[in-house]
Ligand binder design. Structure first.
Ligand SMILES: Nc1ncnc2c1ncn2[C@@H]1O[C@H](COP(=O)(O)OP(=O)(O)O)[C@@H](O)[C@H]1O
Ligand SMILES: O=P(O)(O)OC[C@H](O)CO
Length: 498
């Protein structure tokens, strides 16, 4: 696919993920011309807490953005528009005047508000009807409440309209525009638990339930819209920010999943499988979420979503927590050498279980350890667990009336060929990996190009990311046994959480 102009025009996609920030330059043909990437620290101050430093996060974005813009110039490319896509739900609060954060960013994986969410359980139906979400610590509202309740003076400052709330996109827009623009897009808003996805507005009843002053909230825009110009002292030249979306919704766009029934799964820190449901806004009865896929020209498209909190994060744990592998990619060779008779089941519920179980107090477990168990067995069983979790999501999707006949995949983990093949074998459907694996960033570039008027609309997108490889399911005689064992392990893990 090519934008209308074939010049040296280019788009800059800022992909602010859970573990790293990337800035990727896309040409007018939507090919990647340059990638800058920087990891940043994660903080785990207490059991179940996950935080990031907003300044470190900002500095990482600034550094990769400047690097990518310089590289584009060197290649003779003229970046004309910026798109931003981001880890969703992560919650920040900062001073309206100084722009200083009042607390660390509370990351989507953080479970500190599980007790508080339980205390609101009488309102679960209302929250689900209005937001499509569960009453779960995953979403922003309870994290925002926690900051207002626990940071000295924050509640009073918020009541006096001195503080602003935002998800990561809003924080970056605020900093990039030099404090001029306090805005978000509708997909990020739809993950806060404060936004009514049917009526497309911040919802007064939800604001009252969580005690959030409306003056803190960002303005909500379409995904392709005018989000302001970058401030002159921030980047070498002022550029318009013209596309914004949550990273999972952006990946849908980048994967060309723009027709009802299209489904993709992104394997980064977590795994998020989304099915496009078009103009329909169904309420799932099988533990899935309903969310806004995108809104363009005021028209809202919805998706049902299965969210797994730990996917690539489990591989990081093998590397950083257990020291069983030196780098994530090593897991591929190890898994292919280990036979499947290891008998282990890893349930990586490090930060609770998401869809379809929604048990924030669950914690990880390894079942079936014997004297013969090796480190390599644990590595393989960890990769397997991500495939089994995806199987649970697709089962829930079938129960919601959508039976995927194939799965488009992307994200850091799908570089692992063994993983993709085992996924296809477990799901018993073809798994399709795109030519551009950075589909999230591609989604940002496409949204920016749309607002620039360089591409017409989403119908062009089905061909945006041609397939690079299809993993066809192979016969696995152990599949049923493995899935039964997985279910038993999940049930035991859920039981331990009660
Ligand atoms: N070859 C690999 N095999 C398995 N996991 C991998 C591999 N390469 C990267 N990962 C995992 O992918 C994740 C990074 O993917 P990415 O899409 O950048 O995540 P995020 O956007 O959440 O920061 C890490 O958690 C890492 O452990
Ligand atoms: O950073 P990722 O790619 O795992 O995405 C995080 C999600 O947006 C959380 O909902």
């Amino acid at each position: 696919m090519t934008s209308k102009t074939n010049s040296n025009r280019a788009y800059l996609a800022i992909d602010q993920g859970t573990t790293s920030s990337r800035a990727i330059v896309f040409t007018a043909e939507f090919e990647m011309a340059y990638t800058a990437q920087q990891e940043f620290a994660q903080y785990y101050p207490r059991n179940g807490w996950v935080e990031q430093d907003p300044e470190e996060l900002w500095q990482s974005v600034l550094a990769v953005t400047r690097e990518a813009l310089a590289a584009a110039r060197q290649q003779g490319l003229q970046v004309t528009h910026i798109g931003i896509v981001n880890q969703r739900e992560t919650t920040l609060v900062w001073h309206r005047d100084s722009g200083k954060p009042v607390y660390n960013a509370i990351v989507w994986q953080d479970r500190r508000t599980s007790q508080y969410c339980r205390s609101l359980s009488a309102h679960e139906d209302m929250v689900q009807q209005k937001t499509g979400l569960r009453l779960d610590p995953y979403f922003s509202a309870s994290k925002l409440r926690w900051i207002l309740d626990n940071v000295d003076g924050a509640n009073a400052l918020a009541q006096n309209e001195k503080l602003l709330f935002g998800t990561v996109d809003s924080w970056l827009i605020w900093r990039l525009t030099g404090g001029e623009v306090h805005a978000t897009d509708v997909t990020n808003a739809s993950r806060t638990s404060l936004y009514n996805i049917g009526e497309n507005c911040w919802d007064n009843a939800l604001l009252a339930l969580f005690g959030i002053p409306p003056a803190m909230l960002p303005e909500v825009k379409d995904c392709a819209a005018d989000f302001g110009m970058t401030a002159p002292d921030i980047l070498p030249e002022s550029l318009p920010i013209s596309g914004v979306a949550g990273d999972q919704q952006a990946a849908m766009i980048g994967q060309g999943c723009v027709q009802p029934g299209n489904v993709k799964a992104t394997y980064g820190t977590g795994c998020f499988a989304l099915v496009n449901t078009g103009a329909d806004c169904p309420v799932s009865q099988s533990g899935l979420l309903t969310t806004i896929a995108y809104r363009l020209h005021g028209q809202t498209h919805y998706a049902i979503e299965g969210a797994i909190f730990v996917a690539g994060a489990a591989v990081q744990w093998l590397r950083d927590g257990l020291g069983l592998i030196a780098k994530a990619a090593d897991s591929e060779a190890i898994a292919s050498q280990v036979g499947n008779e290891h008998g282990l089941v890893v349930v990586p519920a490090f930060t609770g279980l998401g869809a379809p179980h929604w048990q924030p107090d669950a914690r990880g477990a390894i079942y079936g350890i014997t004297r013969a168990t090796s480190a390599d067995d644990i590595v393989r069983a960890t990769l397997e667990s991500v495939c089994f979790q995806t199987h649970d999501l697709l089962t829930a999707m079938s129960q919601s009336g959508v039976t995927p006949t194939g799965l488009k995949v992307d994200g850091g983990m799908v570089a692992n060929e063994w993983f993709c093949q085992f996924l296809a074998d477990t799901l018993n459907v073809p798994v399709v990996r795109p030519h551009i694996m950075e589909t999230t960033a591609l989604g940002a570039a496409l949204l920016a190009a749309m607002q620039a008027g360089d591409i017409a609309g989403l119908n062009d997108l089905a061909t945006a990311t041609p397939c690079q490889k299809t993993f066809t399911p192979t016969a696995n005689s152990d599949r049923e046994t493995q899935l039964v064992r997985w279910q038993k392990a999940v049930q035991a893990t859920l039981l331990m959480a009660q």
